[in-house]
Design a protein around this ligand. Structure first.
Ligand code: HSE
Length: 330
């Protein structure tokens, strides 16, 4: 039996626990053994939760338990997630995460460490919520030179823009709704200022290019200055506005940016609305391929995290992670 520890019992963590329980039977069938939750690490107690007996407050309990195969880090942010991830890998435990900030900043280090230890560091949920995009880029599309990625990568801003365009809802009200639905980051500036989308395009770019692309070198503009007047002007000219993360490789030079863009209503990304994300990838063999699905939210994100847990358990002691190196892009 495989044992999992979940770090962080927030929106995503509780989703992971729910999916592991609800789909326990089919997961066991796919893996060939039951995958069971052993611990939930959180600062808080959850006296009303059916999982209250799994709650621990001390990470060392997890670290020192040889039964724990996979650590699922869904705390978010850099610390203590960085320290816990590093300790878990050094202790011989694979780590899966939805933490885009950490992957965008320290991915190269953890991928190297996982490879050295024949473990895995998997992060499908860090980009596109429930949409499979990391594995497809790394595996199904591996035969291609990826020439560009254009993505609606942030569910919160896409929800806000959709509300502004389709229902004339002012920016602040739409943001409050996105927060209520559990889409937004703890500090919503990460969403509305484009920082979250920047981390996500940096992760995709690093994966494609093979080197960590520093987020502070990616020009980034959010949507907080957009008004209903901008919306009306775009609309009357036959456009919608979407916050796009763009990666392009031209003559060995890599170019990334995040900004609100006018998109013609004929473009496939113009129909990606609400919390949905859409990622249009162009490869030199496949041409265009588009990925679409829920980019945020409890269960969609948990769907991707649990898939990575399954992958880790099915491939114990086999490193299946992508590798990218620290260093400057060309
Ligand atoms: N705040 C993020 C979003 C959550 O809205 O897309 C998923 O990464």
């Amino acid at each position: 039996m495989a044992k999992v520890a979940v770090l962080g019992f927030g929106v995503v963590g509780s989703g992971v626990v729910e999916v592991l329980e609800t789909n326990a039977q089919s997961i066991a069938q796919k893996v060939g053994e039951p995958v069971s939750l052993k611990y939930i690490l959180d600062l808080r107690d959850f006296p009303e939760s059916p999982y209250r007996d799994k709650i621990v407050h001390d990470f060392d309990i997890i670290l020192n338990d040889p039964e724990v195969d996979v650590v699922c880090e869904v705390i978010g942010g850099v610390e203590p997630a960085y320290t816990f991830t590093k300790k878990a890998l050094l202790a011989g435990k694979s780590v899966v995460t939805s933490n885009k900030e950490l992957v965008a900043k320290h991915g190269a280090e953890f991928l190297k460490l996982a490879k050295e230890k024949d473990l895995n560091y998997l992060f499908e949920a860090s980009v596109g919520g429930g949409i499979p995009i990391i594995h497809p880029l790394h595996q199904c599309l591996a035969g291609n030179e990826i020439q560009s990625v254009i993505g609606i990568l942030n569910g919160t801003t896409n929800y806000i823009l959709t509300q502004m365009f389709q229902n004339g809802v002012p920016f602040d009200q739409a943001l409050a709704e996105a927060q209520e639905r559990g889409y937004a980051e703890r500090n919503p500036s990460a969403d509305i200022d484009g920082i979250d989308a920047c981390r996500k395009i940096a992760i995709l770019g690093s994966l494609i290019y093979g080197r960590q692309l520093p987020t502070d070198e990616i020009p980034t503009e959010g949507i907080s200055k957009l008004t209903l007047d901008d919306v009306a002007a775009a609309e009357s000219a036959g456009y919608v506005i979407k916050l796009l993360g763009v990666y392009r490789k031209l003559h060995k030079q890599v170019y990334c940016r995040v900004s609100p863009c006018l998109i013609s209503k004929n473009h496939p990304l113009s129909h990606v609305d609400d919390v949905f994300n859409g990622i249009l990838v162009n490869g030199n063999a496949i041409d265009d391929v588009m990925f679409y699905g829920r980019g945020a939210g409890k269960l969609p994100t948990a769907s991707a995290v649990v898939a990575d847990i399954i992958d880790c358990v099915k491939h114990r002691n086999v490193n299946r992670s992508v590798i990218w190196e620290d260093g400057e892009a060309g």
